[in-house]
Design a protein around this ligand. Structure first.
Ligand code: PLP
Length: 385
C-alpha cells in the first residue's frame, strides 16, 4: 500500500520511547521527562496578545502571500541586522516558513535530482536525511565526532561523492550535541561550497539560546556566504513558539527563489495572524530571550551535578537547551536510557536516535523546572551504575 519512500523510513525510535514512558507512568512512577526538545514555558504574553489582536482582524483570514508578508520579512531583516549584523534584502533574500522543519523537508526538492547527494551530519535532527531521501536524493553522512569538536571533516569526503553533491546541511549551535561552530569553520564551509558548487543550508534554530556570554556567529557573517547559502531561523525555541509554526529563511537570492518555487506549489504560506505575532516577537525587546537563557543556564548547572554524580561529567554547553553526555561504556545508549527510565523515572533520549554516530551518548533536554531537575539529580545520585 505504501510508497517505497515510506517503507524505507527507519522505525521511529521516539514512539518506542513514548510507549516505555507510558508503561512506567502506569506503574505510578512520577516520571521526569528530559526527552523532548520543546520549551516547557508558555509563549511570552506580548506575543500572545499580538496574536489575539491579529486574529480578530479579518484581513488575516484570507490566503497569505506565498513568500510571506512583506512586513514579516522586513521584521526578519531588521532582526538579522540587529542581532546578527547581517544585511538582508527583505524583498528578495527572505522567505517565511511554516517552521524550519517545513523548510528542511522541502528545500531538497529545489536542488536535488534523483541520485544527487546531500551532505547530512550524524548525529543530527533526523529531517535532513529524510527530506533528502523524500526528494530522491542520496544522503552522504558526515560523522560529527567528539575529537573534531562535533564538526564535520570536510576534507574526508571522497571526490566521487563531491562530484554528485548539490546540498549540505549544518546546524550550529547543534542539536543534539550542543556543539558550537566558529567563524573560522564557517569560512572553511564557504571555501568548500565555492570549490564544489554546493548549496549550504545552515539550520540555526538555537542561534539565540546561549550562555556565559557566548554569542553564536551567523554563517552569513562570513565573506562570501551570501553567495553560497541560506540560513534558517526559527521562532520556535527562541520565543517558546513551537506550536505556532513560524520561521524564516534568509540568504542567497537564487537559493531563496528556487526554494520559494517549491513552497508556492506545496503550501499556501503561514497564517498571517501568526506572522503578525512573529513581527511582535522579532521587533520587541529581546529581554524575554535573555530571561529564558538565564532560566536554562540555572537548569543546566543543576543537571550537571547529577551527571557528575553518575560519572558522566561534561563541560557546560555554551548554547542550546541540550546536554550531550557519554554513557558508561558497558551500556548502549538505548540500554542506558532504559535504565534511567526504569530505575530513576527519568526520560532522556538515546544518542542512537539521532543516527549511528550518536551511539554511546545520551541527550538531556533542559525542559523541566529547576525543582524537577533537582529531583532528577537526587535520583541520579542514588543510582548504582
Ligand atoms: C527544533 C528544531 C527544528 C524545528 O524547528 P521548527 O521551526 O519548530 O520547525 C529544526 N532544526 C533543529 C535542529 C531543531 O532542533
Amino acid at each position: 500500500m505504501y510508497s517505497d519512500r515510506i517503507n524505507a523510513l527507519p522505525p521511529y525510535l521516539f514512539a518506542t520511547i513514548d510507549e516505555a514512558k507510558a508503561k512506567v507512568k502506569e506503574q505510578g512512577v512520577d516520571v521526569i521527562d528530559l526527552g523532548v526538545g520543546d520549551p516547557d514555558q508558555p509563549t511570552h504574553q506580548h506575543i500572545v496578545d499580538s496574536m489575539c489582536e491579529a486574529v480578530r482582524d479579518p484581513s488575516t483570514h484570507r490566503y497569505p502571500s506565498y513568500s510571506g508578508m512583506p512586513a514579516f520579512r522586513e521584521a526578519a531583516a531588521r532582526w538579522c541586522k540587529e542581532t546578527k549584523g547581517i544585511d538582508i534584502d527583505p524583498a528578495t533574500e527572505a522567505l517565511t516558513m511554516i517552521g524550519s522543519k517545513e523548510g528542511v523537508a522541502h528545500i531538497p526538492l529545489a536542488f536535488l535530482n534523483p541520485g544527487d547527494v546531500a551532505l547530512v551530519p550524524d548525529p543530527a535532527y533526523p529531517v535532513y536525511k529524510i527530506g533528502t531521501q523524500f526528494a530522491g536524493g542520496v544522503p552522504h553522512i558526515m560523522p560529527l565526532l567528539e575529537e573534531n569538536d562535533f564538526l564535520p571533516d570536510l576534507d574526508s569526503i571522497p571526490k566521487d561523492v563531491l562530484e554528485k553533491t548539490k546540498l549540505m546541511f549544518m546546524n550550529y549551535p547543534n542539536n543534539p550535541t550542543s556543539a558550537t561552530a566558529s567563524l573560522k569553520f564557517f569560512e572553511e564551509v564557504v571555501d568548500f561550497a565555492r570549490e564544489n558548487e554546493v548549496v549550504i543550508v545552515h539550520d540555526n534554530a538555537y542561534s539565540d539560546m546561549v550562555y556565559d556570554g557566548y554569542e553564536a556567529p551567523s554563517f552569513l557573517n562570513v565573506d562570501g556566504a551570501m553567495d553560497v547559502g541560506v540560513e534558517f531561523y526559527s521562532l520556535s525555541k527562541t520565543y517558546n513558539m513551537t506550536g505556532w509554526r513560524i520561521a524564516f529563511a534568509v540568504g542567497n537570492k537564487d537559493i531563496i527563489t528556487g526554494f520559494g518555487k517549491v513552497k508556492s506549489n506545496i503550501d499556501s504560506g503561514a497564517f498571517e495572524a501568526v506572522q503578525k505575532a512573529g513581527i511582535t516577537a522579532l521587533d520587541s525587546s529581546q529581554q524575554c530571550v535573555t530571561d529564558m537563557n538565564n532560566v536554562y543556564k540555572q537548569r543546566r548547572d543543576t543537571l550537571l551535578k547529577g551527571l557528575d554524580a553518575m560519572g558522566l561529567a561534561v563541560n557546560p554547553p555554551k548554547a542550546t537547551f541540550y546536554v550531550w553526555a557519554r554513557v558508561p561504556e558497558k551500556y548502549s545508549s538505548i540500554d542506558f536510557s532504559s535504565l534511567l527510565l526504569e530505575e530513576a523515572g527519568i526520560v532522556a533520549t538515546p544518542g542512537v536516535g539521532f543516527g549511528d554516530y550518536g551511539e554511546g551518548y545520551i541527550r538531556f533536554a533542559l525542559t523541566q523546572t529547576v525543582e524537577r531537575i533537582e529531583e532528577a539529580v537526587g535520583r541520579m545520585e542514588k543510582l548504582d551504575l
